[in-house]
Design a protein around this ligand. Sequence first.
Ligand code: ASP
Length: 593
Amino acid sequence: MRSHYCGQLNETMVDQTVTLCGWVHRRRDHGGVIFLDMRDRDGIAQVVVDPDTAEAFANADRARNEYVLRIVGRIRLRPEGTQNPNMPTGMIEVLAKDVEVLNTAATPPFQLDEHGKVGEEIRLKHRYIDLRRPEMIDKLRLRSRISHTVRAYLENQGFLDIETPILTRATPEGARDYLVPSRTHAGSFFALPQSPQLFKQLLMVSGFDRYYQIAKCFRDEDLRADRQPEFTQIDIEASFVEEDDIMAITEGMIRQLFQEVLDVELPEFPRMPYAEAMQRFGSDKPDLRIPLELVDVDDLMKDVDFKVFSGPANADDGRVAALKVKGGASLSRKEIDDYTNFVGIYGARGLAWIKVNDRASGIEGLQSPIVKFMDGVIEPLLDRVGAEDGDIIFFGADKARIVNEALGALRVRLGEDLDLYTAEWSPLWVVDFPMFEEDDNGRLQALHHPFTAPSCDVETLKQRPAEALSRAYDMVLNGTELGGGSIRIHDQTMQQAVLASLGIGEEEAREKFGFLLDALQYGAPPHGGLAFGLDRLVMLMGGARTIREVIAFPKTQSAACLMTDAPGEVSGQQLKELNIRLRQKAKTENAGD
Ligand code: ASP
């Protein structure tokens, strides 16, 4: 129906006759002449309709915003003084010969250029209209380009795109499963995959050697900022590889992606052990653009007359750390109070601080509610953090986990508030993760997932599981985990030992992962892989604020789709077929069943 997209027109095409199809972005009546800004996915072009072309004029006259039109016309230069250099098509306009109304449109629930005035809920409910906005189109176009570049890179490296099932058994990645009842197996359920983890490992056992998939994954997680219950991974696995191989392939992929799509040459990817990341940055995904570091001061605080510090300094699981901010002495009382509330979110019970006004004057030159307790340790403390006049030092003192989370988050917040960034892009690899972490009940949980290979042998793992490190690696960019993976266990005995450390006995292991344990017996090659979160990658590369902006039809924070009203109730008949009876409470909530 069309010859060109609106956004393709330019001044080299003057006098050409073109056919455009699209939506009326705006219509203006200028004393007898009608101007239509016509919009399609490529941009906006100005169309002029003259009363001389009577039929075209009548149609343009009845057109309203968001009507769908087909326009035939000739391109001409805009008259001097009416050109718009801010618009790609701003030098030209189309003089219409024909205007055909392909469809009318009801008044939209919001004007595209006034989307900011309505809440996100309205926009999500009418997502098909929100997606007409050029910024939204740009983000999805970027997403398409990113997936295309990734596919091309991986295909070039010999990876095969293989689909894995959506109706499957649970794969433990640390979240709750979405379950799907089986009609043909009464009382049994499929789980939607939290990741294709086990299938990609089985493909390695089959000998496919290099696999990838841009895969949908499903995790029924509790409401947390900026997560989606279904999201997309770039999932990768390869055989006969070690850490360095996977890291080289995937680093090459991200490097090429940034180069081709953003014209950005990423810097070196340093490697940092997990323990160092936690110690220096309080986070396993440190934002290295921010030049602030946590400094341990436990040894100095052991004997101070201030329990808040001496307690954690002497406790096995405690930590006292300082965070010096250059020039931070100018922070106001109110700003410091805000930061104190902020660290409270992470469980910190306060935020001690020292302002260094004039170091040469000793204690007199300091301003702080706590220096009076610091007899004898002030000088070594100031030396250790390298304090200079005009600096502020913040402190965290508590269980190490709380100090890391609180000061780690404060560090990122200060970086943002004070614009401390030293680079645009700061990638790194975090390596040498612990195999396990303890949950609140003192039970070991896999830090990655239970198929990750430990760096020790079976005996050592059995003896000291809590100390074992894993062969896992995470790629981090600007404080965001882009992807994570590991070398896998390819030996049945080791797999059983790891499951046993997690408290999964032989019977349960058989029940849940018997197929994997069996497969490991039949010649499983050494293998490993990694998965990138595509949504987050697109968000970062496109400068979007939330992952909802880079997903065509996202769900809300409460895991619902406002447009389709999913999840929805189902009929009694459907439930019956599925052999499901709702419990009393749900029944009243789902009135009508
Ligand atoms: N399956 C892992 C995940 O989804 C990634 C991997 O280990 O390859 O996080």
